[in-house]
Design a binder for this molecule. Structure first.
Ligand code: NAP
Length: 277
């Protein structure tokens, strides 16, 4: 990669950020399409976020991804937000248009695209979301538009209830459920999605008991790797999907926002798999 006076910079702002797979993925795409762009990680502490966002304007950085812990706190620092951000309340992508910073969220649609690519239909399906945080909101927004019914289970029931109320205008068949629901009704669910971070660390408990799962179900995890939850679900005969496809697609959608070009998906996927090893 040759940096010159016209090279456009895209950053990822998070803390910590060194584990991110996005620089590898986007730089491979820029290189493949011969685009004069460079993607750089920026570790930004929460107390530095405002000055970092001002820096995007003053340094004429073309765009950015936003990751944990800034996805929500960045919103008041931006000039405009997209329709999906108004609902989701979190930003993962920024575009700098002549000093005007607009925030987008490509996580939810990225998840849906990752299912579509695996030829998984959502319409007329019953979906159980485990967790009610930012990622659950992002995918819930899109799932609600297509699924037959959406059930949300969270260790903090109040948060699941808040999310179901929030989703109600888009789908009346959205319910916050208690543990009893998992025990008694989970066999009627078509797609189960873990959005909690359980499975990231060795020794984490499972987000729900796998003995409740049957082999007609599709089990997804937003974590990039095959978590113990997915491995155990696979062993029962289920189809399983990890979060790598979502990571790829949220990146592809962000790439399109920054460049206006079709993302080279196979190149981006190969870069992700290479980095993961
Ligand atoms: P978040 O806003 O912090 O929400 C986390 C959710 O998980 C909350 O509902 C929380 O419950 C629950 N939770 C956390 N620890 C738990 C535990 N020990 N036991 C039971 N429930 C627990 O996080 P997020 O932004 O939604 O991210 C969630 C996951 O999605 C992360 O693993 C992240 O890496 C992944 N993700 C992947 C992609 C991708 O591209 N593949 C994109 C975005 C996020 P409470 O409400 O009770 O605290």
């Amino acid at each position: 990669m040759i940096i010159n006076g016209r090279t456009k910079i895209i950053g990822i702002l998070g803390y910590p950020v060194e584990h991110s797979l996005s620089p590898q993925m986007h730089n491979a795409a820029f290189k493949y399409l011969n685009l004069d762009y460079c993607y750089v990680p920026f570790p930004v502490k929460p107390e530095e976020l405002k000055s970092a966002i001002d820096g995007i304007r003053s340094l004429n950085i073309s765009g950015a991804n936003i990751t944990i812990p800034h996805k929500e706190t960045v919103i008041p620092l931006l000039d405009e937000i997209s329709e999906e951000v108004k609902f989701i309340g979190a930003v993962n992508t920024i575009k700098n248009e002549g000093g005007i910073l607009k925030g987008y969220n490509t996580d939810g649609l990225g998840f849906i695209k990752s299912l579509v690519q695996k030829k998984i239909q959502i319409s007329n399906k019953k979906v159980l979301i485990l967790g009610a945080g930012g990622a659950a909101r992002a995918i819930g927004f899109y799932l609600c538009k297509e699924a037959k019914a959406v059930y949300i289970y969270n260790r903090n029931l109040e948060r699941a209830e808040q999310l179901s109320k929030h989703l109600y205008p888009f789908k009346q068949n959205v319910f916050a459920v208690k543990k009893d629901f998992l025990n008694d009704n989970v066999s009627s669910i078509d797609i189960i999605v873990n959005t909690t971070p359980l499975g990231l660390k060795p020794g984490d408990p499972l987000p729900m008991s796998v003995s409740l799962i049957n082999n007609k179900q599709i089990v997804c995890d937003l974590i990039y790797k095959d978590t113990p939850f997915l491995q155990k679900a696979l062993a029962t005969g289920c189809k399983t999907i990890n979060g790598l496809g979502m990571l790829l697609w949220q990146g592809a959608l962000a790439f399109e926002i920054w460049t206006g070009l079709q993302p080279p998906l196979s190149i981006m996927k190969r870069a992700l798999l290479k980095k993961k090893k």
